[in-house]
Write a new protein. Structure first.
Length: 196
């Protein structure tokens, strides 16, 4: 019999946070610190990789959704933090098109090749990044064939891209994950510490 559905569910610790009254100050630094706190907890709780994201309504400042990397725990290669946050935002507002309001995606690291597409198709109007692509690759993750000028291309399409917000702190989370023996789970990577 073929599998006919899949489910992505936030870890229990994050469900508890998401169920509370989330108040995050409007500054980009505070938003990134919030995302990095989620990212650190994801690593500390051993519920996923060293990546986190959140979608904010830029007009109201409200947190629309949160996401952390769930690739290993879900067994789904698409369960990147950005995809999780975008999907939950779409579910929260009941639309696949997030371009209807000025929604902002804050992500602990620059999007990978897959997430660049997800952001485009979701209609996000603003992307805020912590760590750089080079920081992610430095610990062994393969980010795919990303155009060097991806940020300029997004800007030309009307998507505001802001980079290097809390970059040092974001890169430190990546290094800490590697030092703790976290799995580098690129497809085909036989040294990823994952069960075969």
């Amino acid at each position: 019999m073929l599998v006919t559905r899949f489910e992505l569910k936030l870890p229990a610790w994050l469900q508890t946070i998401a169920a509370g009254d989330l108040q995050v100050p409007a500054s980009l630094r505070h938003r990134m610190q919030f995302v990095l706190d989620l990212t650190r907890q994801n690593v500390e709780q051993s519920t996923g990789g060293p990546f986190g994201a959140a979608v904010f309504d830029e007009q109201s400042g409200a947190v629309v959704s949160v996401g952390v990397n769930l690739v290993v725990s879900s067994g789904l290669s698409i369960a990147h933090a950005e995809v999780v946050a975008l999907s939950l935002a779409q579910q929260a507002i009941g639309r696949f098109d997030l371009s209807t309001r000025p929604y902002q995606l804050v992500t602990s690291a620059e999007p990978c090749w897959m997430c660049l597409g997800a952001i485009h198709w979701a209609g996000i109007r603003s992307v805020v990044c912590g760590a750089r692509d080079s920081d992610v690759r430095a610990i062994g993750f393969d980010e795919g064939h990303k155009p060097v000028d991806w940020a300029a291309e997004y800007t030309a399409r009307g998507v505001n891209v802001i980079q290097d917000i809390e970059r040092d702190a974001a890169a430190e989370v990546l290094r800490s994950y590697l030092q703790q023996g976290g799995a580098i789970y690129n497809a085909g990577n036989r040294d990823s510490h994952l069960p075969q």
